[in-house]
Structure formats: structure tokens, C-alpha cells
Design a protein around this ligand. Structure first.
Ligand code: NAI
Length: 328
């Protein structure tokens, strides 16, 4: 099958080419959208990532070009209009889990770096500044960590934080009994906001969770606490977070995802004028640490993404049921 890959980076090409046996892979750097959908001409499948846009109009173009299957090489599918995809008879498949450890460990990396100011210490020492002034952190041991969403990633994250000796609180629409048996306490979200020294988001982005962290919820958090978001940018109202940072209510912010990341993340913009004032404001805070959606970025996860995506397409091509199917 001929497959058009959108939003590809050198590592995508490397891993997919390594594991591909029988398909014809066509790689595009461009993001899928209305202007670029025509690139899929002659392909039965498109393979897309988190910031590709698959709205009704794009899906209609793809259908007219003869595309049958949308293969997401990620877990989240909030960027696909599933209703339109269903009406247009597309099969939609994804990689439901590639490495929950990769993302959970990255959330922990953000916590440790922000707390112990590793990013600042690294720069200081390189410049011959061995002073400890203003590098004070806090012990994680004994602190309260709130986990919003205890699915695959949140559960691994809760386990790691338990290992540090933290008190772990959780909120999810479905409680995980194994976590409860291991001492994680499920509470209403308001209680978690009030009690947590560190709050980490691991729920999907949907109509219920969009701007879950907003002016109102930020007014309830423990003053000076830390917010970590490795899930999806729009879970946090960025302007509200900036206001909470300015007032000191929010003590630290660590994000691997950003509401308006589409135009920035995964690209080298170092020689360009960045027009996004919100991210520039965030970058200016000493207590904010931003990574550009690299939570998933481990060898294990890249291998799993390539292998599962190609398997999904193999099964579809053979007319067999695809267990990772969202539609079709
Ligand atoms: P999952 O589906 O295993 O877990 C999500 C959990 O959130 C479930 O337990 C679900 O019940 C819960 N949930 C749903 N609605 C909720 C709500 N309104 N409030 C609280 N909890 C709610 O998903 P997984 O694999 O753990 O991934 C979590 C998120 O991490 C994904 O949705 C994705 O957005 C993000 N992600 C980020 C990556 C990165 O590189 N930074 C890579 C992979 C995923």
C-alpha cells in the first residue's frame, strides 16, 4: 500500500523505513491541512501525528483522492473529526500505547528539573558560576502529588511519585483499583487542587477537560504549588496560567504541551521572529520549564509507534480486524 506520511521528521523516516517490509512510504515534512491534503494523491493511507488537522474539509479532500485509512502514529485523536470520518467511511487506527513510561518519566524529569533548578545549575556551571544562591529546592519526600487522569501514563506516574515517598491523590472518572490498593487516594478534583504541592495532568483533551485549569481552578490551588502538563496543551488556559504565575499563586509550571503548539513545536524557529506572545511570556518566567512535546521521545516508544502503525495498516490491507481501530 502507498502511504503518505505527514509532519515527518528525520527520526520518523528512520524508524518507519527500518521496520517497513512491504509498503511504499512517501514522507512529507508538511503538516496535513487544507493546503497540503493534495499531497496524498495516489495513496490509500495517510499516516499523521498530533498536530495534523483532519477536519471535515480535509477528510473530504482525502476521500476524493482515494484515501481509505487514517493511521495515527500517536495515542490521542482529538485532531480528527470522527463524525465526518465515519460519514465518509474512513478507517481510523492509532497506537493506543507506545510507552507510558516515556511520558510519565518525562513528567518526573520536569518536576525534578524545576524543583532543583537543574536547567539553571547547568548553565551556571558552564559559565564558571559555582554559586548555589537561589537554587534552593524542596524534598519530594512527604509532599502531596495530585494526578488528574490515572490511565496508562497517570498510573505509571503515580507509581513513580509513590516511590519518592509522596502522598499520591488522584482524580479520574474511573478509579484504578490497583492504584488504590497501592495507597493512591481518589478524591474530588477540588480537594486535589487544594491539597496538592504538585499537580500533574494525564487525562485526554475533550469537551469536558478543555481548559480544566482556568482562572477559577487556579484560584483553588495550594499557593506556590507546581503544575505539570504532559498531556495536551488545551487542558490549561495559558493566559490564566500566566496570570497565576504573575501573582505567585502558581509557583512552578512545567509543560511538554502547549495550547498553540501547532505552529512552533517540532520545528527549528531559532532564526525566525516568534509571533506567539503567550509562549514568549511563558519563556520569560524563571519558574517555567517548557519542552516541545518530547514526552514520547524514547527509542522504545519510536520503535513501538512504527511497528504498531505498520501492523495496523497490514491488518487493514489484509481485510482483518484491527484491534487498535477507532473507526471502521
Ligand atoms: P489513557 O486513555 O490510558 O488514560 C486517560 C485517563 O484519563 C483514563 O483513565 C480516563 O478515564 C481519564 N479521564 C478521561 N476523562 C477524564 C476527566 N474528565 N477527568 C479526569 N480523568 C479523565 O491515556 P494515556 O495513554 O494515559 O494518555 C494520557 C494523555 O497523555 C493522552 O490523552 C495524550 O493526550 C497524552 N500523551 C502525551 C504524550 C507526550 O508526548 N507528551 C504522548 C502520549 C500521550
Amino acid at each position: 500500500m502507498k502511504i503518505a506520511f505527514f509532519s515527518t521528521q528525520p527520526y520518523d523516516r528512520q524508524y518507519f523505513t527500518r521496520f517497513n517490509k512491504e509498503h511504499e512510504l512517501v514522507y512529507f515534512e508538511a503538516r496535513l491541512g487544507r493546503e497540503t491534503a493534495a499531497l496524498a494523491k495516489g495513496c490509500r493511507a495517510v499516516c499523521v501525528f498530533v498536530n495534523d488537522v483532519l477536519d471535515k474539509e480535509v477528510l473530504q479532500i482525502l476521500q476524493q483522492l482515494g484515501v481509505e485509512i487514517i493511521a495515527l502514529r500517536c495515542a490521542g485523536y482529538n485532531n480528527v473529526d470522527l463524525k465526518a470520518a465515519s460519514e465518509l467511511d474512513f478507517a481510523v487506527v492509532r497506537v493506543p500505547a507506545y510507552s507510558p513510561h516515556a511520558v510519565a518519566e518525562h513528567a518526573v524529569a520536569l518536576i525534578l528539573s524545576l524543583n532543583r533548578k537543574i536547567h539553571k545549575a547547568y548553565n551556571r556551571v558552564r559559565e564558571g558560576n559555582f554559586s548555589l544562591d537561589r537554587l534552593t529546592g524542596f524534598d519530594l519526600y512527604g509532599k502531596t502529588v495530585g494526578v488528574i487522569g490515572t490511565g496508562k501514563i497517570g498510573a505509571v506516574f503515580a507509581g513513580i511519585m509513590g516511590g519518592f515517598g509522596c502522598r499520591v491523590l488522584a482524580f479520574d472518572i474511573i478509579a484504578n483499583r490497583d492504584l488504590e490498593a497501592n495507597g493512591v487516594k481518589y478524591l474530588p478534583i477540588m480537594d486535589i487542587l487544594e491539597q496538592s504541592d504538585i499537580l500533574s495532568l494525564h487525562c485526554p483533551l475533550n469537551d469536558q477537560t478543555r481548559h480544566l485549569i482556568n482562572d477559577q481552578t487556579l484560584s483553588m490551588i495550594k499557593p506556590g504549588s507546581m503544575l505539570i502538563n504532559t498531556s495536551r496543551g488545551a487542558l490549561v488556559d495559558t493566559e490564566a496560567a500566566i496570570n497565576a504565575l504573575k501573582s505567585g499563586r502558581l509557583g512552578y509550571l512545567g509543560i511538554d504541551v502547549y495550547e498553540q503548539e501547532e505552529k512552533l513545536f517540532f520545528y527549528d524557529r531559532s532564526e525566525e521572529l516568534i509571533e506567539d506572545d503567550l509562549i514568549l511570556r511563558l519563556i520569560s518566567f524563571p519558574n517555567v520549564l517548557i519542552t516541545a512535546h518530547q514526552g514520547f521521545f524514547t527509542e522504545e516508544a519510536l520503535t513501538q509507534i512504527a511497528v504498531t502503525t505498520l501492523e495496523n495498516i497490514d491488518l487493514y490491507a489484509a481485510g482483518l480486524p484491527v484491534k487498535n481501530s477507532i473507526l471502521g
